[in-house]
Design a protein around this ligand. Structure first.
Ligand SMILES: *Cc1c(COP(=O)(O)O)cnc(C)c1O
Length: 395
């Protein structure tokens, strides 16, 4: 088969499997009420957990950043793209999460691939939770180290793996909050196991940073663990922080090493300095507007209590990610289409992204939602679910 034919066959197969993906076009700023492809919708799909993606103070900081620094960084960090705005943000991030230093990457995908690949070598072993984000798995695949995946949040399985590593250096990698399930990894237990086995622990806090912990400092604050217990902490700046980019934080030696050797840090243009200025402003909002986390927490309990009769379809999640298990992939798709007709935007997540028979609606709640938005959604769900899920499994 020629290459163009192979590409066309692949796309055709995706269409037949109902797995073809196309992009919706968002015509408004990110928010709870949006216009998508000309149509007003209530948005339950974004990762803008605190509603900061269109926050006036952060937007003003972005503009001020452009006045002060122009629009582009012009080079990679190691050449001449590292501005005082990037530097200030790194200092602020390190301080915020309680680590010695932080290193800015252009995206979370780059940070994960770049850090895992730089930190491991042949003979090492990378142990990853089975439900880790694709970027973490890709980082492991790119590395010359061996990679093994342990069952989701199964610390006994991880302990067994660690016992078998012998003299090999192990790197244990886990999401803090799992993107498809919304549950939280037992980070205190992971830290304890790593300590016992001289393994290194890396936590990806993409969905926890800004949201978890009383002050929004993320997973470390939530579990009251120190950066010493989680020597490689990573988080993204495009979700709760509302802007874009990511960082890795840890001891001075870790950051110094990554600057020398992390290819995804070295060989790419630095994010615009104005982006860094805006992110600095976002960190202040995260600290100062505590009501956003409190409001989000209230909405999460409201959502779960309004759907209590469907509790067996809700995953045990306390976070903004509230998956509703439908089971059958086509039913999940039918339901998300029907919800779209009624003005609700949320995505159906189907195998192979999630295990067979666990197709689900992935509902994300944000501080930008009102209580009314939540009850509008739960009312429609209560109306539609009985025809989709004929018999509720007893719990
Ligand atoms: C979104 C996400 C990333 C990727 O971050 P980007 O900045 O979007 O590239 C990495 N890890 C997890 C767990 C994520 O959810």
């Amino acid at each position: 088969m020629t290459l163009p034919n192979r590409l066309a066959a692949f796309v055709e197969q995706r269409k037949q499997q109902m797995l073809y993906r196309s992009r919706r076009v968002l015509e408004t700023p990110q928010g709870a009420e949006v216009i998508v492809d000309g149509r007003p919708l209530i948005n339950f799909s974004s990762n803008d957990y605190l509603g900061l993606a269109n926050h006036p103070r952060i937007a003003a900081a972005f503009k001020k950043g452009i006045d002060d620094f122009g629009v582009g960084s012009g080079a990679s960090h190691l050449v001449i793209g590292h501005s005082s705005a990037h530097y200030a943000l790194e200092e602020q991030l390190a301080d915020f999460v309680g680590c010695e230093r932080a290193l800015l990457y252009s995206s979370g995908y780059m940070a994960n691939v770049g850090a895992i690949n730089a930190l491991t070598e042949r003979g090492d072993i990378i142990l990853q939770d089975k439900l880790n984000h694709a970027s973490l798995l890709d980082g492991g695949l790119l590395s010359s180290a061996d990679m093994k995946r342990y069952n989701h949040c199964d610390t006994d399985a991880l302990a067994l793996r660690l016992q078998k590593t012998g003299d090999a250096q192990a790197l244990v990698v886990s999401d803090a909050v799992f993107s498809m399930d919304g549950d939280i990894a037992p980070i205190n237990k992971l830290a304890e196991l790593c300590d016992q086995h001289q393994a290194m622990l890396m936590i990806d806090d993409a969905h926890g940073f800004g949201v978890l912990g009383d002050n929004g400092k993320g997973a470390l604050e939530h579990f009251s663990v120190t950066s010493g217990q989680v020597p490689i902490y990573m988080a993204t700046l495009g979700k709760a922080a509302g802007v874009s980019g990511a960082f890795v934080a840890g001891e001075d030696g870790l950051i110094d090493y990554l600057i020398q050797s992390s290819r995804n840090y070295i060989y790419t243009t630095a994010i615009p300095p104005a982006n860094a200025v805006a992110t600095s402003a976002a960190l202040l909002v995260i600290e100062q507007e505590k009501w956003r986390r409190e409001h989000l927490t209230k909405l999460i309990s409201q959502f779960r209590s309004e759907l209590s009769e469907w509790e067996s379809c809700l995953m045990p999640s306390d976070t903004a990610i509230q998956p509703l298990i439908i089971g059958d992939a086509n039913q999940a798709l039918t339901l998300s289409d029907a919800l779209l007709q009624r003005g609700f935007l949320l995505s159906a997540i189907r195998p192979p992204t999630v295990p067979a028979n666990t197709a689900r609606l992935r509902i994300t709640l944000t501080a930008a939602h009102t209580e009314t938005h939540i009850s509008q959604l739960t009312n429609v769900l209560k109306e539609m679910l009985p025809s989709i899920i004929t018999k509720q499994t007893d719990s």
